[in-house]
Design a protein around this ligand. Structure first.
Ligand SMILES: [Zn+2]
Length: 356
C-alpha cells in the first residue's frame, strides 16, 4: 500500500489548496477492509492511524472540489475496486431479487427522491444514468413495470446464458448450476401461481405516483479506474450484463448518444447521477458531455463521511460554481429530501436545469 501526490481531478493541474481535517475516518470502512488484511501487524501504528496519517484532504482554490492531495497509488486503488463486487449496488439488487422486508423502505426513499425532482421538471421521457446500473432508479423502474416479475426475469435470463468449457469437470459443474437455476425458476413460478399476484403490486399502486420514463439508458464509461466495472460480478455475471436483462432499457456509450444528439436533436430530460459521478476518473470531461446532452442533471453526491475510497467529493461551492459557468440554474434539494441541511459530510442532492 503506497500513497502518491495528486493534482486537482477537476482542474487537471496543480492548484493552490486549503487543508481539510480528515480525522473523522476512524470508523472502520468496509471498502478498505482488504487493505487492512494486507497491512502487516508488526507495524508500529494501527492501520487506521497509518491511513489517516498518509491521506491528505484539501479543497481546490479554483474549482472548490474537495479531493485527496495525497491518496492511494494506482495499484492500491485497483485493489480497493477489484477485490470484491460493489457492496451497495448488489445489496440493492438483492433487495429486489429477494423482495425482503427492507424493500418497501428502499422503494419509498427512491420514489421520494424521484417525485421531488419530477415536480421541478416539465417531463421525464428521456432518462439516463452512468456506469452503475444498481445505484440509481433503474432497479425501481424495472421492478415497477406492470405485470412483470423481477426475479422470474433474472432467472430466465441467467438460464439462457451460454458458457463454454473445455474441461469436463467444469462442463458438469456448469450443467449442475443451470439445473439448480431451473429449479429456482420452477419454484418461483409455483409461488406466483399460488399467490396469484405479486404482493408488491398493491404497495406500488399506492406508492407509485410517477411514470416510468419512456426511454431509459445507461451510459457506460470505459477506462475508468475509480469504479468496479468488469470486476463487479455476482451470480456469475457482471452488473452491466444483468442490466441487459432489463427489457427495453438500453446500454450505450457516450459516442452513440452524441451521434444521435447531433442527428436527431436528441437530449435527455434528466441525467440522474446518484453516487456515480464521484466514481469517474475523468470528472471534467464526463460532466461536460452530460451537460451537452441533458436538459436537467440530478447529482447526488457522496459526503466526505463516505470514506477515502473516493478520490474526490463534490460540494455546494463546486456545484454552484459549475452551474454558473455552464448555464444551469441550481436547485439544492437536500433539505426537501432528507430534512437535513446541505453539508459536505453527508449525501447532497442537487438539480441542475439548463437556462434557455
Ligand atoms: Zn480544481
Amino acid at each position: 500500500m503506497n500513497f502518491v501526490d495528486k493534482q486537482c481531478p477537476y482542474c487537471e493541474k496543480k492548484t493552490n489548496t486549503k487543508d481539510i481535517n480528515n480525522s473523522f475516518y476512524k470508523s472502520s470502512n468496509a471498502y478498505l477492509e482488504i487493505l487492512k488484511k494486507k497491512y502487516t501487524s508488526n507495524n508500529s501504528i494501527s492501520f487506521d492511524d497509518f491511513v489517516e496519517k498518509n491521506l491528505k484532504l484539501v479543497k481546490c482554490d479554483e474549482c472548490k472540489i474537495i479531493f485527496f492531495k495525497k491518496w492511494f497509488d494506482t495499484e492500491t486503488a485497483k485493489i480497493i475496486y477489484n477485490s470484491r463486487p460493489h457492496r451497495v449496488g448488489w445489496g440493492s439488487f438483492n433487495l429486489f431479487y429477494d423482495q425482503s422486508a427492507r424493500l418497501k423502505n428502499y422503494i419509498k426513499r427512491k420514489i421520494n427522491i424521484f417525485n421531488c425532482i419530477n415536480s421541478k421538471i416539465d417531463k421525464i421521457d428521456k432518462y439516463a444514468e452512468i456506469n452503475c446500473p444498481f445505484s440509481g432508479l433503474m432497479l425501481l423502474f424495472n421492478f415497477a413495470k406492470k405485470n412483470y416479475n423481477f426475479k422470474l426475469n433474472i432467472l430466465e435470463n441467467l438460464i439462457k446464458e451460454r458458457s463454454f468449457f473445455n474441461d469436463l469437470f467444469l462442463k458438469i459443474s456448469n450443467r449442475i448450476r443451470i439445473l439448480f437455476l431451473s429449479c429456482l425458476l420452477f419454484h418461483e413460478k409455483i409461488k406466483i401461481k399460488i399467490s396469484k399476484k405479486n404482493k408488491y403490486f398493491e404497495f406500488l399502486n399506492q406508492e407509485k405516483k410517477f411514470e416510468i420514463p419512456l426511454d431509459i439508458r445507461l451510459i457506460k464509461i470505459e477506462n475508468n479506474n475509480l469504479s468496479w466495472n468488469y470486476n463487479c460480478n455476482n451470480m456469475g455475471q457482471n452488473c452491466r450484463k444483468i442490466f441487459t436483462y432489463f427489457e427495453n432499457f438500453k446500454s450505450v456509450t457516450f459516442n452513440e448518444v452524441e451521434d444521435e444528439s447531433r442527428k436527431n436533436n436528441f437530449k435527455f430530460d434528466l441525467s440522474y447521477l446518484e453516487n456515480t459521478i464521484d466514481h469517474v476518473s475523468d470528472i471534467k470531461k464526463t460532466l461536460l458531455k452530460l451537460s451537452a446532452l441533458s436538459q436537467n442533471i440530478a447529482i447526488i453526491t457522496h459526503g466526505i463521511k463516505a470514506g477515502p475510497q473516493h478520490l474526490y467529493f463534490l460540494n455546494e461551492e463546486f456545484i454552484s460554481n459549475y452551474s454558473k459557468l455552464n448555464g444551469f440554474r441550481l436547485s439544492i434539494l437536500t433539505h426537501e429530501i432528507t430534512s437535513k441541511d446541505n453539508n459536505e459530510f453527508d449525501n447532497q442532492f442537487y438539480l441542475l436545469s439548463k437556462l434557455n
